[in-house]
Design a protein around this ligand. Structure first.
Ligand code: GAR
Length: 220
């Protein structure tokens, strides 16, 4: 059976990418589910995550969006680069680019994203600030399949954390990020294992496993 290649796209720090890479190594995804992280690609040259990926012996590439005439030209070059790795799954991990409909369609059903809110609340940027302004008591992150509409698409998993009195946006971001690092590797593995399927626009976990991750509520 052909190897399942995972290509991860980043723009910066790459801590979610690193969490996935570590899980793949610790759980030996190679033997366990015939999957490997084939490459990590950044649209920002020198993104910190690229060095981390290289330290793990993973192929890396930079494709600077600023050197392309427009969004379509960048997305076409990016798709060509990604497709060189024959990906089973494309994983957006802090990839801060709006994607063209053509690019999204090309990877329909095989591209996922992590967004730092409990979607459909707080699509877009500055989610932690906006959650605090709105006074929500529960916040979190969502792994979802990517569709043409920004920060929409079938939800694979969600992680929830409490919002605490006196939280700053950074406090909340750190609490959410800790859960992102638990959830994203687990969700990616479930997808490459074939345990998540898309059924009429809904992501279904075939074994009925829970798709909810909870932060440590007990201590609050
Ligand atoms: C993460 O919190 C991720 O959810 C968010 O960017 C951060 C990337 O951190 N993604 C988005 O805002 C996408 N719209 P990382 O580079 O350390 O993984």
């Amino acid at each position: 059976m052909p190897r399942k290649n995972i290509v991860i796209l980043i723009s910066g720090r790459g801590s979610n990418m690193e969490a996935i890479v570590r899980a793949a190594r610790e759980q030996d995804w190679d033997s366990a589910c015939n999957a490997r992280i084939a490459a990590v690609i950044s649209n920002r040259p020198g993104a910190a995550g690229l060095a981390i990926a290289a330290q793990h012996g993973i192929a890396t590439a930079e494709l600077d969006h600023r050197s392309f005439a427009d969004r379509a030209a960048f997305d076409a070059a990016l798709a060509q680069l990604i497709d060189g790795y024959e990906p089973t799954l494309v994983v957006l991990a802090g990839f801060m680019r709006v994607l063209t409909p053509g690019f999204v369609m090309h990877y329909e059903g095989r591209m996922v994203n992590i967004h730092p809110s409990l979607l459909p609340a707080f699509t877009g940027l500055h989610t932690h600030e906006r959650a605090l302004e709105a006074g929500v008591k529960l916040h979190g992150a969502t792994v979802h399949y990517v569709t043409a509409e920004l920060d929409h698409g079938p939800i694979v998993a969600q992680a929830a954390v409490p919002v605490l009195p006196g939280d700053t946006p950074d406090d909340l971001a750190a609490r959410v990020l800790a859960q992102e690092h638990r959830m994203y590797p687990a969700a990616v593995r479930r997808i490459v294992d074939g345990r998540v399927v898309l059924d009429d626009g809904v992501a279904v976990h075939r074994d009925g496993a829970p798709s909810v991750f909870l932060g440590d509520f007990a201590s609050h």
